[in-house]
Design a protein around this ligand. Structure first.
Ligand code: 2P0
Length: 328
């Protein structure tokens, strides 16, 4: 590599799993216990600019206008080391990143963050990696980031043994039909237990975790069929049950923990009521208190209106399916 500068700026969207990732079989390589399946969202994304430049003294990282040091800088610096190692170069990098999520969100952004950083690195360095290959890198920043390399529905393959290259994501459907997600933003306070800690504690101490891999395998196969059929009720039923099974493994950990808050339970109850009223509305939840409602796009405005009785307008965010990362 010559002493030139290499620069790129990419936007990557976040994704919400409909069949969840919860547990690693190899912590160093971020190899998951199971495959997982998600929907990329249009409304939430990260924009990241990378500049590889020989005149820089060291790596730097600015997030939402704040210069990062310590752990936060080390995390992205170590991540970029994966590219430096594999492509045999040692240029320092300047990373500038901005998360585009509503201020009250408290939504996890590591998926869009590492997808944007991996995509920008690939672009800047002219590596010409395929999205699947870039997803192998993104995965090693944050597991769920592997799925944000694709628009619509994405499947992250668990892969074989300790073979990193075999654990990649791919698009299974562009989701360019009548589907949406309504995000109900519940108390955004900082979370006490990271996903990483939460999944490890669950694996180590929950007697229910032993059931999780086989349940995911069944749900994945049924979900792929439901997506092929564009059967939103089937998609919702499987996603809701899968999320509840994941949260049940956490509640059964020792000591027990949960990401649910009182308002999360209220949102779940309201979704059940909307279903009784004839809407195709189903919920899912991740490692935080927010509730995401899966529904047809043609029903999402009516569902939002109904939820306004209990939730503030700026805590209800409609999203359509989102695209793969692109240059901005
Ligand atoms: C998912 N979550 O499939 C699951 C469901 C949260 C609950 O992936 O340790 O931030 O960085 O690989 O990807 C969040 O976990 O964890 C997540 P690491 P990550 O979306």
């Amino acid at each position: 590599m010559t002493a030139d500068k290499y620069q790129a700026r990419m936007r990557a969207h976040t994704n919400i799993a409909l069949v969840k990732y919860w547990g690693k079989r190899n912590k160093n390589l971020f190899l998951p216990v199971t495959s997982s399946l998600s929907l990329t969202l249009d409304a939430f994304y990260t924009e990241t600019e990378v500049l590889f430049d020989p005149s820089l003294k060291e790596d730097s990282f600015t997030l939402d206008g704040q210069v990062q040091t310590g752990q936060s800088l080390a995390k992205v610096s170590n991540f970029v080391d994966l590219f430096r190692r594999d492509f045999n170069m040692s240029l320092p990098v300047q990373i500038t990143s901005r998360n585009h999520v509503p201020t009250a969100a408290g939504l996890a952004s590591s998926a869009s963050a590492f997808a944007a950083l991996a995509a920008a690195s690939n672009q800047a360095l002219g590596l010409g990696l395929s999205p699947e290959e870039v997803s192998v890198y993104a995965r090693q920043g944050s597991g769920s980031a592997s799925r944000s390399l694709f628009g619509g529905f994405a499947l992250w393959h668990k892969g074989q043994g300790d073979d990193s290259a075999s654990s990649y994501a791919q698009q299974i459907d562009p989701a360019d039909w009548d589907i949406a997600m309504l995000v109900v933003l519940v108390n955004p306070g900082p979370k006490k237990i990271s996903s990483r800690q939460g999944m490890e504690h669950t694996m180590q101490s929950s007697p229910f975790y032993a059931l999780w891999p086989e349940e995911v395998a069944k749900d994945l196969s049924a979900m792929e069929d439901a997506i092929k059929d564009r059967n939103i009720d089937q998609i919702g039923i499987i996603a809701e049950h899968n999320a509840m099974k994941m949260h049940a493994t956490m509640i059964a950990s020792n000591p027990s923990f949960t990401y649910w808050q009182a308002q999360s339970l209220l949102a779940m109850e309201r979704v059940r009521q909307l279903r009784q009223a004839g809407y195709s509305a189903y919920f899912t939840m991740d490692a935080g208190p927010n509730v995401k409602v899966i529904c047809p796009y043609s029903q999402v405005e009516a569902i939002r209106q109904a939820l306004l009785d209990d939730f503030a307008e700026d805590h209800l965010v409609i999203s359509r399916p989102g695209p793969a990362p692109y240059a901005v």
